[in-house]
Ligand binder design. Structure first.
Ligand SMILES: Nc1ncnc2c1ncn2[C@@H]1O[C@H](COP(=O)(O)OP(=O)(O)OP(=O)(O)O)[C@@H](O)[C@H]1O
Ligand SMILES: [Mg+2]
Length: 370
């Protein structure tokens, strides 16, 4: 092994060790660029990272050009010319003279002269993250096949580093969303429902008094509760709570499956119409909330032997939940049912609770689809 070979091996080993240390991406990429320049014996090296899903370079790390020189050259390349060629055809390219390539876009003024060129894609498997470029083989001459091989290996290492970073960013983003989802859901399913119940209890209490001052105070309290519910709804909206995963049909199926546990019977389930495509997300959220309440009522109050759930999408989306239980007492105080009516009214729809013969209850909740 010659001293030069030994040097190369040490550099390569060094680069791999750097990659497994938990440094940040910029630092890793800078190191890779330095090492590739050294290993391939180039005067200049650069690594361009593509903006995700775009044809544009979002990051361009260079080595061999001082900050002052870089400032004189002006804006970083965005991916035209030969650099663009590599983006469109992610295969190694070796050129004797980059300026003579038909795709050459020319260099901006103050750009150091570059002739010999080696470019390889930064990729893992099918995913292309960018390219690693080398220019001006030191001592003249062209880049060799051996240079290409070693730089390709480094580019693969860079690919792993970039992929790692993207995965990490994705995980962090998901963690934030999950938190927001959970907070939004708790506010919606627990806090708002409780406030509703308190408001109803206060209103029901009014019949026990003729004292106008007390009635006025109760009215004020109920109004305040309504305002608070409005505030919370806005907060939920601002949290940007995403609809829970899955399309409406999948979610309805999941919910019914889960309800089978508390009902001790398995509801029948029927779908018709283009539910997946025709029901907008805001309405889908309400369909889920209404179904959840209807199934919970059936489990708690109906003592039913059969429950049927039906969801139809056409001119309107219609949810029907029918049971053959004891039926709703005439003097029942509404909690969740009122919430269902409000959810329908908010979309210009309707909600009907009817008795089923010979016994049982049917909820029909419908909202027009425009
Ligand atoms: N499927 C049903 N079968 C029989 N009775 C029902 C059924 N659904 C509702 N009820 C009756 O109607 C009442 C009002 O229902 P609603 O969902 O509005 O309130 P809740 O279930 O009592 O309380 P909340 O929904 O606020 O937890 C219930 O208390 C119950 O007596
Ligand atoms: Mg209820």
């Amino acid at each position: 092994m010659t001293a030069r070979d030994e040097h190369r091996w040490r550099l390569l080993l060094d680069a791999v060790l750097t990659l497994s240390s938990g440094r940040d991406l910029d630092e890793l990429l800078t190191r890779i660029v330095e090492v590739s320049r050294d290993l391939a014996g180039a005067q200049y090296a650069a690594l361009g990272v593509l903006a995700e899903g775009e044809r544009r370079l979002r990051l361009f790390v260079t080595d061999g050009i001082s900050d002052e020189e870089a400032a004189l050259i002006g804006p970083r390349p965005t991916g035209r010319g030969v650099l663009g060629l590599l983006i469109d055809h992610p295969e190694p390219v070796r050129l004797h003279d980059i300026t003579e390539h038909p795709q050459s876009y020319g260099f901006p003024p103050n750009h150091p002269p570059m002739h010999s060129f080696l470019g390889v894609p930064v990729r893992t498997g099918d995913r292309i993250f960018g390219n690693l470029y080398l220019a001006e083989k030191i001592g003249g001459g062209d880049f060799t096949e051996a240079d290409e091989e070693i730089v390709t290996a480094l580019a693969a290492a860079a690919g792993v580093a970039v992929e790692n970073r993207l995965l990490q960013e994705e995980r962090e983003r998901l963690a934030v969303f999950e938190d927001r989802d959970r907070i939004g859901r708790d506010l919606h399913d627990i806090v708002i429902q409780r406030l509703f119940a308190i408001g109803l209890r206060l209103q029901a209490g009014m019949k026990w008094t003729d004292d106008p001052r007390l009635i006025e105070r109760i009215d004020e309290a109920v109004d305040e509760i309504d305002t608070t519910i409005g505030d919370i709804r806005r907060t939920i909206f601002e949290l940007g709570t995403r609809p829970r995963s899955g399309d409406l049909q999948t979610r309805v199926t999941r919910l019914v499956d889960r309800a089978a546990g508390s009902l001790k019977i398995r509801p029948t389930l029927a779908f018709s119409g283009p539910i997946r495509s025709a029901v907008p997300p805001e309405v889908a959220e309400d369909v889920i909330a209404v179904l959840r309440e209807a199934l919970s009522n059936t489990a708690r109050h109906a003592h039913a032997g059969r429950v049927a759930v039906e969801l139809t999408a056409g001119a309107e989306v219609v949810l029907r939940v029918r049971d053959d239980g004891v039926g709703i007492a005439a003097d029942a105080v509404e909690g969740g049912l009122r919430n269902m009516r409000e959810r329908a009214a908010a979309h210009g729809g309707r909600c009907a609770v009817t008795a089923v013969e010979p016994s049982g209850t049917q909820i029909e909740w419908a909202v027009p689809l425009s």
